[in-house]
Design a protein around this ligand. Structure first.
Ligand code: ADP
Ligand code: MG
Length: 728
């Protein structure tokens, strides 16, 4: 057997679960122990400093130098007590991961000793070299500096004895080079717009926060088997591999008992996650073999995003303690389910009301309906942007593949709410309502909580589904930073809420009573957004036809889908709400185009290497053996050998055919890459990669997977699907 595969299998089979004991304490006793949170801040900061930070967090105002100095003193004392020796600004550049540059606390004293030093300046702002991060052409080569600036709304934490300070990351000229900067702006926009609309219903509402609960799906693969797959190493997905005889067809994985090695891994993640204040709540087996899910309790969106990024990072590191590699790719294995990152989203007021949860009274339900229709309208108007926010080289393999929503964006609200919306549409008119009509309407609206109680409707096929008290954006991919879809969604909803308020105010100014005015605008929004509502099976072909009839868009090419960021609709939305400048939008899209092109380039190179250096030589070796065998038969049986060696002759021919096609196609693919690289703009190159290079993957894979079925198992160089799955 090919050596590397042989040793990998042996190692994987011998691996034992690592014993992880829970701490002696209750979870609540050590939850957040490594976080500079409210409790620790109170302990380490003066009252003034504490109040100052709290005010900045609540109001989103800037922290001045004096306050930063005070906080730095307390934060340093705390970090040293936690055993930290280094500090770092921790941020999310426009890559898939996070970035950190560590500096130690030490500083020389006058008499030659060292002390631990830290200052408000170091806390508040740093100037890392921005030149090696994706910037989409924003960064001038002569000015490579970037700034990171402290985000007090996401608490600092100690990880690996390093004080990590969440920050934004912007260029020297002020343009955002990260995910957090625009996210904070989008969250501020939705806060303002939602608070303004809440004024109609409850004057006590002074702040609305966006809540996000992230369900993270992932695969675990034994580390040794992983190393026997150059495609997993370079691309986080398999580019070849014949289907395993058994995979998920018996539906015996979902929620099934968790293997011991895996539960040890999960336990360690939970312990470390809890220390860092990540409220991990759910863990279970997913549909595909070796696929799992982890989900924390929802939190304020910015914090939930940071926690998701931190959790992914922890998972990558901790997996290796257990001889695993964690795979976040959206479709690591063909033929079994891929991984998503469901974004559960809602809006919650400072008074504790979930605006997407119907209340007990008609008035709260009017509020609920207002926010519901604004969300539906946001999804309708910005379907292209929502799609653009979640497409990637990885996620397109999953979307529309009979396990995840298609690239047509639609919203599901459940039968009862759909009926309610339909009824409101016919009942409310622009004419003045009679008192009877009004009473009846309010009674009906008041019934929503009742109907929701037995609304167990769960449409798993919808990309954007209402699930009783929140929307779930299911199209998002498992590997991506959830900030991108959250920026679009919160910005789009903010815009619609503004529009809603404007329309209602107009009617009120005309002398129409407030409630009636609101109902009229709700109706108008119901009508405007009707086309985005789809209650049926989004996986079916019928829906594709129906969606086309409705004029909904369906863009399956990643590069073309990304173009939406540069559309007029996008510019109107983002520029008018101060979330992106036009330049930032263009730059950011450029980064996405480039990321796509590079990923396809890496996959293409890796595939060609596997094909030419591993598969073709192995197939030829096996063929040589067959030829030797046939020669022997001929020696013994003379001309009669043909009757005996028929099957082998056929195999010899098949191997020649497959290897010739593989060689030919790899050659053509390399030429296609060269041609794609010669295009001038990043967008053109990415588009060429999608149209001219990408299609070779399936073609080449087909022949390799055929060879896997023919060639002697002992000789096959790559760990097979059947071996990668069912790791215990
Ligand atoms: P399911 O798999 O049934 O969708 P999970 O329990 O796996 O549900 O995950 C649901 C996620 O939604 C959790 O992170 C949960 O905290 C979150 N969630 C619940 N209520 C809200 C809400 N009002 N706003 C945002 N997220 C929420
Ligand atoms: Mg869910």
């Amino acid at each position: 057997m090919a050596q590397i595969r042989f040793f990998a299998l042996k190692e994987a089979q011998n691996r034992q679960p690592v014993k992880i004991d829970y701490p002696e304490k209750k979870t609540s006793d050590y939850f957040g122990a490594y976080v500079f949170n409210r409790r620790t801040m109170q302990e380490y900061l003066s009252n003034d400093a504490f109040d100052g930070v709290m005010e900045c967090i609540e109001k989103g105002t800037k922290i001045d130098r004096k306050l930063a100095e005070q906080v730095a003193v307390g934060m340093k004392a705390w970090a040293l007590d936690m055993g930290a020796t280094y500090y770092t600004h921790w941020f999310s550049p426009l890559t898939d991961g996070t970035a950190e540059k560590h500096d130690s606390f030490i500083q020389f004293t006058e008499n030659g000793g060292v002390i631990e030093a830290f200052s408000g300046k170091l806390l508040a702002q740093q100037e890392p070299d921005a030149s090696s991060f994706p910037s989409g052409g924003i960064r001038n080569t002569f000015e490579a500096r970037g700034y990171t600036a402290w985000d007090p709304s996401s608490p600092a934490f100690v990880l690996d004895r390093t004080l990590c300070i969440p920050t934004i990351f912007v260029s020297y000229t002020g343009e955002a080079l990260d995910h957090k900067t625009p996210l904070l702006k989008a969250l501020a926009a939705v806060d303002k717009a939602a608070t303004d609309v809440c004024e109609y219903f409850d004057k006590n509402v002074t702040k609305v926060w966006s809540a996000l609960g992230v369900e993270q799906e992932y695969f675990l693969v034994d580390e040794s088997l992983f190393y026997a797959r150059p495609d997993l190493i370079a691309c986080d997905r398999t580019l070849v591999g014949h289907q395993s005889a058994k995979d998920q067809q018996l539906d015996d994985q979902y929620f099934s008992s968790i293997p011991e090695r895996v539960s040890s891994f999960m336990r360690e993640i939970e312990i470390e996650g809890y220390k860092l204040g990540i409220p991990i709540k759910t863990r279970h087996n997913e549909v595909a073999p070796n696929q799992y899910e982890i989900a924390p309790i929802f939190e304020e969106c910015n914090l939930a995003v940071d926690h998701n990024m931190l959790l992914m990072d922890l998972m990558k590191k901790i997996a290796r303690h257990h001889g695993f590699r964690v795979i976040f790719h959206e479709k690591p294995f063909q033929g079994v389910n891929g991984s998503g990152k469901h974004n559960n989203w809602s809006l919650i007021t400072n008074t504790g009301v979930n605006l997407l949860s119907p209340g007990a009274k008609p008035k709260t339900n009017m509020q609920f309906l207002s926010f519901l229709v604004c969300t539906l309208n946001a999804v309708y108007k910005h379907q292209d942007l929502l799609r653009a926010s979640i497409v990637s080289a990885g996620n397109v393999h999953r979307l529309g593949a009979n396990e995840a929503p298609p690239l047509i964006i639609s919203a599901f609200v459940g039968q009862q709410i759909a009926e309610m919306l339909d009824e409101l549409e016919t009942r409310v008119t622009n004419k003045k309502m009679t008192p009877d009509e009004k009473t009846e309407l309010k009674l009906d609206v008041g019934k929503i909580p009742e109907i929701l109680l037995d609304n167990t409707d769960r449409n798993r096929t919808s990309p954007f589904a209402f699930v009783g008290n929140r929307f779930e954006f299911r199209a998002a991919g498992s590997s991506a930073n959830p900030a991108a879809p959250m920026i679009v969604l919160n910005a789009a909803v903010a815009q619609e809420l503004k529009e809603f308020k404007k329309e209602a105010d107009k009617l009120i100014q005309k002398g129409i009573k407030k409630d009636e005015a609101i109902f009229q605008v709700i109706r108008e929004f119901i009508i405007k957004s009707k086309k985005i509502r789809f209650e049926g099976n989004s996986y079916g072909d019928e829906w594709h036809k129906e969606a086309r009839k409705r004029g909904l868009t369906n863009v399956t090419n990643v590069v073309e889908a990304l173009d939406a960021y540069n559309s007029d609709a996008s510019k109107n939305l983002f520029v008018s709400n101060n979330i992106f400048t036009e330049k930032e939008l263009e730059a950011r899209t450029e980064v996405r185009y480039e990321n796509y092109a590079k990923k396809i380039q890496i996959e293409s190179r890796t595939l060609a290497q596997i094909a030419m250096n591993q598969i073709v030589p192995t197939a030829i070796d096996y063929q040589t053996r067959l030829i030797e065998n046939v020669k022997g038969l001929k020696e013994i049986f003379g001309e009669e050998f043909k009757n005996i060696a028929g099957g082998r002759l056929e195999l010899i021919k098949q191997i020649s055919e497959h290897t010739s096609v593989i060689k030919q196609k790899c050659h053509e693919m390399t030429e296609a890459r060269k041609a794609a690289n010669s295009f001038v703009t990043v967008r053109q190159r990415a588009h060429q990669y999608s149209l001219k290079v990408f299609p070779y993957f399936e073609e080449i894979r087909f022949h390799i997977d055929r060879l896997e079925r023919i060639v002697d198992n002992e000789m096959w160089p790559l760990t097979k699907y059947s071996e990668l799955f069912f790791t215990r």
